[in-house]
Design a protein around this ligand. Structure first.
Ligand SMILES: *Cc1c(COP(=O)(O)O)cnc(C)c1O
Length: 387
């Protein structure tokens, strides 16, 4: 049985008529950049996330970049962020000649460890970027408390977490000053190309973000600040306008798949339902944990990725690949060990939790259309590997 890591075709088939019509509508209109489709998406996202302002941009990376430009990040300023994330989280800081300051991860959620933020704050610190990795919120209460105490901006990298909710029900990306999302095709709500979104409840920031998106221009050809071309195109927005009403049901399917994996792994004796944080005799693998799980909050985890950990991850991966089960490593190298950040002076051993995660984590297929048979097959093959 073939199990791909992600298969976008069934989703396309299920919405083909509406999607094709939406794309053709843009072609007929010949209105390709921003315009009514983008405005409609922005309005719908505001309603869905219960946030005042949303601004469609060209990618998740550009969402982060324009967010940092909107807070006037200056060369030499420091931005605190987790060492374990996708490259864009750190790359945007360096591109503005500011300094990314890395922090270790929480051993259960892989999100930034709030306990380790304060020791990194200096007189140059301007902001914290909290990443909601794999579809589960970082511990925002603690992060906001520290940020308020030290007068820092909080930028949320919600690229993997659109629609995920924190323990109080607030949506990932709407808790700090600016939230950033990605519509890269493999994210939970993917466009048909690159795209992204920034959201905020702060009117001043919203005005700035909107101007920065079009070269800092307002009115036309009068430039109040230096922005860039960070515009979202109409075809992406048209596709996303079709998809947004389905996002919650896709997230629910991902959660169901995750629950099935967890149940089957426990049944197969590969993991126990308690003590998931430590390896022991009952624990060949560590399972992901939804730490804000509750009956009050629907999207406590939206499983953009389903990550397990195993001591012999690489040989497990090879074994699964031989059995036509695709997996991925998110991420094999934390920021502090990346060649491009060598001049920041970090070394091996600086962030033990992230280093351990980078060596043991493996992502299993989790997309909504995955069948129970495929999930059971993956579990069966992993059991076979360990036996
Ligand atoms: C995907 C991703 C990004 C970048 O989004 P793009 O749309 O690909 O530019 C940023 N941060 C995280 C955590 C991501 O997963």
């Amino acid at each position: 049985m073939k199990v791909p890591l992600l298969d976008l075709k069934p989703q396309y088939q299920s919405l083909k008529k509406e999607l094709d019509e939406a794309i053709l509508r843009v072609a007929e209109s010949q209105y390709f950049i921003l315009g009514p489709e983008v405005a409609k998406l922005e309005e719908s996202i505001c309603k869905y996330l219960n946030v005042r302002y949303s601004i469609g941009v060209s990618s998740g990376t550009d969402a982060l970049l324009v967010a940092l430009m909107a807070i006037d990040l200056q060369p030499g300023d420091e931005v605190i962020l987790p060492t374990y994330s996708f490259f864009a989280t750190a790359g945007v800081v360096s591109r503005l000649n500011a300094v990314p300051v890395f922090v270790d991860s929480d051993p259960v959620t892989f999100n930034i460890s709030p306990e380790k933020i304060e020791e990194k704050i200096t007189s140059s610190t301007r902001a914290v970027i909290s990443v909601h990795l794999f579809g589960q919120c970082a511990d925002m209460d603690k992060i906001i408390r520290i940020a308020e105490k030290h007068n820092l901006y909080v930028i949320e990298d919600g690229a993997q977490a659109i629609g995920a909710q924190y323990k109080d029900g607030k949506f990932a990306g709407t808790i700090g000053h600016i939230g950033c999302y990605s519509f890269f095709p493999s994210k939970n709500m993917g466009g048909y190309g690159d795209g992204g979104m920034v959201v905020t409840n702060d009117e001043k920031l919203a005005v700035k973000l909107k101007m920065l998106r079009v070269h800092g221009m307002e009115p036309k050809y009068y430039h109040k600040m230096i922005g860039g071309n960070f515009r979202l195109d109409a075809i992406q927005a048209a596709v996303l306008n079709v998809k947004l009403p389905h996002l919650d049901s896709w997230s629910a399917k991902r959660r169901e798949n995750a629950e099935r994996y967890i149940g089957q792994f426990i049944k197969a004796g590969l993991a126990d339902s308690t003590g998931r944080k430590e390896y022991n005799n009952n624990n060949k693998i560590l399972l992901p944990e939804a730490v804000y799980k509750s009956n009050q909050v629907k999207n406590y985890h939206i499983y953009n990725q389903f990550i397990i950990r195993a001591e012999n991850r690489d040989s497990l991966r090879e074994f699964l690949s031989k059995n036509e089960i695709a997996t991925e490593i998110y991420y094999p190298v934390p920021f502090h060990k990346q060649e491009c950040f060598a001049d920041l002076g970090y070394s091996e051993g600086d962030f033990p939790v992230a280093e351990d995660a980078s060596k043991k984590s493996i992502a299993l297929p989790i997309y909504p259309e995955l069948t129970d048979e495929q999930i059971d097959f993956v579990v069966q093959k992993i059991a076979e590997f360990f036996n």
